[in-house]
Design a protein around this ligand. Sequence first.
Ligand SMILES: Nc1ncnc2c1ncn2[C@@H]1O[C@H](COP(=O)(O)OP(=O)(O)O)[C@@H](O)[C@H]1O
Ligand SMILES: [Mg+2]
Length: 376
Amino acid sequence: MSSPSVPIDLQCERLCKAFGSHQAVCDVTFEIPRGSFFSILGPSGCGKTTLLRMLAGFLEPDAGDIRIKSRSMLGVPPNKRPLNMVFQHLALFPMMSVGDNIGYGLRRRGVGADEIRRRVADVLERVGLPGAGAKRIEQLSGGQKQRIALARCLVLEPAVLLLDEPLGALDLKLREQMKIELKQLQQTFGTTFVYITHDQSEAMVMSDRVAVMNHGRFEQVGTPQALYDAPLTPFVAGFVGDSNCIDGHLAGGSQGQCIVTAQGLDLAVVLAGASPVRAGDAVEVFVRPESIEVARGVHDMASDNQLIATVETVLFDGANSRIEVCGRTNRLDLLVRLPQTHEFADLRRGDIVSLGWMSGQTQCFAARRREDGGNP
Ligand SMILES: Nc1ncnc2c1ncn2[C@@H]1O[C@H](COP(=O)(O)OP(=O)(O)O)[C@@H](O)[C@H]1O
Ligand SMILES: [Mg+2]
């Protein structure tokens, strides 16, 4: 939770919005301390844009309240809210110069010409494009256009900047670079960012805190590390970072350490999440590829979960290389991080490996129903 000394810039309380019978945003509550980078992460269609449009004032909530700097925004029109929005398509004016694009909002507010010139030059400097004011938009690269779109908002000094998948249209390489730039710009300006994305790596890299959204609800709000290490729901466990999901049934135990049978194996697991699980219930067990230790050949792995497996595929990707394996005496398929040591340099399909992982590195949840996005 936020420390009491940092004021809250944006607060939402039990926000709801339905389209006909479809509940697009459902009982969403959160608060964002001043100057922080907050992301809303969820799959396409989960309600992210609907939520953002309510924050911006383009859409009236059915219920709930939105407060910016403690003031309710209900009934306040978009242009009277102390926030700004960056869209995926950027919405720059192609026929105007960079300087005129950035100064547009200031002109509309009736700011004097000298002051506009000074503030435009200042913001161009801060986004790393000093002296670019006279350039035309079409002379800029994709990354530079992104920075101008941001500069055009930041020059107005909003309390909150809303960003709706602003990197969605960029190619992978530029997206990787812009992730880092956006985070740096947010820190330079100290503006509160609300960033929407379906890309978990964007959210993880940039954010102070992330809300994971599914079917209109926030399933969990936390630091990237907390979401990664201690997911509270199977959806979060599966959506944030890569994880193996093993379907099984709870055999015994009810608190903390339990045994799950899956594909004829007994797995030692740790129960996570809030929903109660009883012996015989269907469960989902998550274990991350990097939590699994691997050795070549047949060995005792000194872990409470062990498996002898055959390599099915080697997915070479430098330091992120992984293998897909299948249990020798069962059909348990796992994705395993490949250690970057000489021992594995010539590992091939068909080779035998020993795997081990500790129960403490697993998370076991009651199985989701099919419509929750769970495994059938
Ligand atoms: N104006 C609208 N009228 C009817 N349904 C809508 C409207 N806007 C969004 N929806 C529906 O609400 C759900 C959430 O949409 P949206 O907020 O755009 O999701 P996201 O941005 O997470 O992809 C979707 O099922 C979408 O079809
Ligand atoms: Mg959207």
